[in-house]
Design a protein around this ligand. Structure first.
Ligand code: AP5
Ligand code: MG
Ligand code: ZN
Length: 222
């Protein structure tokens, strides 16, 4: 049966960065609720219009909206075949419980929950310096790639932009929201025996090596 993964961790922990690597090396299908919601906001769908105010304020989008979109996507055949890598979901206890029910209902295997550990002061530097590509979704940092708003993405030529929730007030709110609403999931998944804590403070390559050790490199494909 295909393996499933959850990437847990605070804003800026490197969930998106490591997700790209896990998808490339282990073949799971990436579901990022943040990416799905940003796409809905950009397309001004009903969901996007409802979600925008919460996202810009650094608050969580209500459970019922988020659970619905994930549940629908989990039912797709590619996930049964390749497994799923959930990034940024679940973020509350009701989301975790809804996910358990949906996954067992669909006959998907118990997920491995990777908890990326990074101190708040490091997260702040990562988030304020993050730049993204509008074309391919690549994640950059101004200190590392020296790319800034207005530049072109080296991978696809797309426009480099800064996320609207990567300004200081929203970042502080996101960190507070993480600690109050999402951190309790650590205990939830520890009790199930599914949690794998990973030190996320090193470079992206160092974190990838720690992940490979936990996920078992022999399973890598390609
Ligand atoms: P979402 O998009 O999920 O944002 P987040 O959880 O705040 O996490 P980020 O995407 O900011 O960080 P990341 O861990 O992916 O870090 P990244 O790899 O980019 O959610 C956004 C919003 O949508 C939420 O606030 C909420 O409103 C809503 N939402 C989403 N899901 C929801 C849900 N389930 N329920 C309710 N609402 C929901 O890296 C960050 C930066 O650091 C980059 O610049 C990167 O290059 C750099 N970096 C990464 N790794 C390293 C490293 N090891 N060393 C140095 N730099 C690094
Ligand atoms: Mg992300
Ligand atoms: Zn790009």
């Amino acid at each position: 049966m295909a393996r499933n993964y959850i990437l847990l961790g605070p804003p800026g922990a490197g969930k998106g960065t490591q997700a790209e690597k896990i998808v490339r090396d282990y073949g799971a299908i990436h579901i990022s609720t943040g990416d799905m919601l940003r796409a809905a906001v950009a397309a001004q769908t009903e969901l996007g219009v409802k979600a925008k105010q919460f996202m810009d304020a650094g608050e969580l989008v209500p459970d019922e909206l988020v659970i619905g979109i994930v549940r629908e996507r989990l039912d797709d055949q590619d996930i049964r075949e390749h497994g799923v890598l959930l990034d940024g979901f679940p973020r509350t206890l009701p989301q975790a419980e809804a996910l358990d029910a949906a996954m067992s209902g669909l006959g998907l295997s118990e997920p491995l929950v990777i908890n990326l550990l990074v101190a708040d002061e490091v997260l702040l530097r990562r988030l304020t310096g993050r730049r993204m590509c509008r074309g391919c979704g690549a994640i950059y940092h101004i200190d590392r790639e020296k790319l800034d708003v207005g530049d072109k993405c080296p991978a696809c030529g797309g426009e480099i932009y800064q996320r609207s929730d990567d300004e200081l007030t929203a970042i502080s709110e996101r960190l507070a929201t993480y600690h109050s609403q999402t951190a309790p999931l650590i205990e939830y998944y520890t009790a199930k025996g599914w949690l794998k804590p990973i030190d996320g403070a090193g470079t992206p390559d160092e974190v990838e090596a720690l992940l490979d050790a936990v996920l078992g490199k022999p399973g890598k494909c390609g």
